[in-house]
Design a binder for this molecule. Structure first.
Ligand code: SAM
Length: 244
């Protein structure tokens, strides 16, 4: 099994990384490894500078959990951007994304949209599994989306793009896609707004939603149009649902 620690230490060339990405098991979790640790190494191997970007954000804005009233930093208002959350908690581990996407492989997906995309990890795993598919990651924090686009470009992932959007705005409508990925991007009201739009946009076509996180699970129970494609499981904090 691949030694991610060694790989991270030796900093492979861009060409080597592009080759590694073309191996569909590149993101699989080795026995005994933890998914967050593996993801941390993978961020480094792929060339992400996530801790640096998150530190910059934390210098400017208050952490999401703080009650700091000093006024030295701005509070990011209007959206839950999770500033101050550990980068490996903020993002879904690569191996988990691989696991979700492999479940949907038989449907031959051609397009994936991440609603609140962070740094665009979903796009990178998608490119490895479905090189012909295209990815759009919508994100409100420009520093995160710029870093995602920088890495997409360096890895020559020209079917992947991160775009700025405030998903909570009525003026934002998600495009048609075969798979949507949602990991607790915002509060229940915004999640409801997006689910309603996903129904409308995909009225006459099949689409899947990979839904992860504690906010979205109870909301989904109120939307019978989204049907789980997996057996019921207790204590699972994610689901895969089919529309139409
Ligand atoms: C928990 S992270 C998930 C990142 C990625 N989808 C993953 O699973 O690795 C949620 C992201 O949604 C973004 N977000 C929150 N509210 C948003 C909004 N109104 N519009 C666009 N992005 C938003 C946050 O900035 C954050 O990067």
């Amino acid at each position: 099994m691949r030694d991610y620690e060694e790989l991270a230490k030796h900093r492979p060339s861009q060409n080597q990384i592009i080759k590694l990405l073309s191996q569909p098991d590149f993101f699989r979790l080795p026995l005994g490894a933890t998914s967050r640790n593996q993801s941390k190494r993978l961020d480094k191997i792929l060339g992400f500078k996530i801790p640096k970007v998150e530190q910059k954000l934390l210098k400017k804005y208050k952490a999401y959990y703080t009650g700091d009233q000093s006024g030295r930093k701005q509070k990011y208002t209007g959206s839950e951007t999770w500033i101050g959350l550990h980068p490996q908690v903020l993002q879904t581990p690569y191996s988990e994304i691989q696991y979700f996407l492999e479940i949907l492989k038989e449907f031959n997906p051609k397009s994936i949209v991440d609603i609140g995309a962070g740094y665009g990890r979903v796009g990178i795993v998608m490119s490895s599994l479905f090189p012909e598919a295209s990815f759009i990651g919508y994100e409100i924090m420009e520093k995160r989306l710029d870093e995602g686009n920088r890495v997409f470009e360096s890895l020559e992932l020209d079917k992947c793009q991160m775009l700025y959007a405030d998903l909570s705005k009525e003026s934002f409508t998600p495009p048609e896609a075969d798979i949507y990925f949602i990991y607790d991007f915002s509060d229940p009201l915004d999640i409801r707004k997006i689910l309603g739009q996903l129904k409308a946009v995909n009225e006459n076509r099949r689409a899947f939603v990979i839904a992860k996180g504690e906010f979205i699970q109870p909301i989904l129970k109120k939307y019978p149009e989204f049907k789980s494609i997996l057996p019921l499981a207790k204590n699972r904090s994610w689901d895969i649902l089919q529309l139409n």
